[in-house]
Design a protein around this ligand. Structure first.
Ligand SMILES: [Zn+2]
Ligand SMILES: [Zn+2]
Length: 296
């Protein structure tokens, strides 16, 4: 593979810009994410829990002990408007002001809506399966919003399914009769809000067709005009042709290209550091962001 960085073969740092902790739907505490990174040889990790910055402080406290540098981030649930409803889009934001009022208001609204929808999904599931709200809360981190992965974990504990994947495939997917939607802000508005908060917006897994519908190239071009900084190209949900296509699109639009694991602890098969981002891309993200990288 083409080397883009100027580091020697043994000094090039392994950089993974997309992970989750128990502050959302990962299974590790924020500090454990950095420990897992250190154990895997990852030198820079971004913590990007869904619609929250709740894990940042604990993760930052683990930087000195683990020697792993921390990029503070958030994965924002958004929606791209289409003629026939909308497409769910995950937007990574890096190095934004965590106290920005507009971002906080949107995340509060999204989290409240996610909690309501989780309760409604549990009500529906409880009609057919041995599942209670308390079972689900037991699977959820202290500060985390209850999400479908926690419902899945509770269904595994109840013996209804064998794994999170099976739960999603059989009863938690968007087409299931147990599925309930939740509020999400418009993606172009979210891109502008991230930039206004001093953050660097990168679209997460833009070609992950297995997860559901994806946005077209025209939508991505419009988002680039709105301030989108990059595309997450190297991700396990993209096959080789999809990566080639996205890399070419990023080049055409002048967007940064990132690669990341989307690590969720034991919640998913994704191994921390399985995909990585070039050092000069991180440099550019840091130059544009209002916060710095927390270094050991
Ligand atoms: Zn995502
Ligand atoms: Zn993610």
């Amino acid at each position: 593979m083409e080397r883009l960085c100027g580091c020697g073969p043994y000094t090039c740092p392994v950089i993974d810009l997309h992970t989750h902790s128990r502050a959302s739907d990962g299974t590790d505490d924020p500090a454990q994410v950095l420990e897992a990174a250190a154990a895997a040889g990852v030198r820079v990790v971004a913590l990007t829990d869904h619609d929250t910055t709740a894990g940042w402080r604990q993760a930052a406290e683990a930087v000195g002990r683990t020697g792993v540098a921390l990029v503070r981030g958030t994965e924002i649930s958004t929606r791209a408007r289409t003629a026939d409803g909308g497409v769910s889009v995950h937007l990574l934001s890096y190095l934004h002001d965590p106290d920005d009022p507009a971002l906080r208001a949107e995340w509060d609204r999204t989290r409240t809506s996610r909690m309501d929808r989780a309760r409604r999904m549990v009500d529906l599931l409880a009609q057919d399966y041995p599942l209670t709200w308390d079972d689900v809360v037991e699977q959820t981190g202290d500060e985390a919003t209850v999400g479908r992965p926690h419902l899945a974990d509770a269904l595994v504990v109840a013996g209804v399914v064998a794994s999170r994947d099976e739960a999603f495939a059989t009863m938690l997917h968007a087409g299931s009769r147990y599925y309930v939607g939740h509020y999400a802000p418009d993606v172009a508005g979210a891109v502008r809000a991230v930039v206004a908060a001093g953050g660097v917006p990168v679209m997460a897994h833009p070609g992950a067709g297995k997860r559901g519908r994806i946005v077209d190239d025209e939508t991505i071009a419009a988002l680039a005009d709105a301030g989108l900084a990059g595309l997450e190209v190297d991700h396990r949900d993209h096959d080789a042709p999809t990566r080639d296509r996205l890399r070419a699109l990023a080049r055409d639009l002048g967007l940064l290209v990132t690669g990341s694991s989307d690590y969720h602890g034991t919640g998913k098969l994704n191994r921390i550091g399985e995909h990585t981002t070039a050092p000069e891309v991180l440099e550019e993200i840091e130059a544009r962001g209002t916060l710095g990288v927390v270094r050991p």
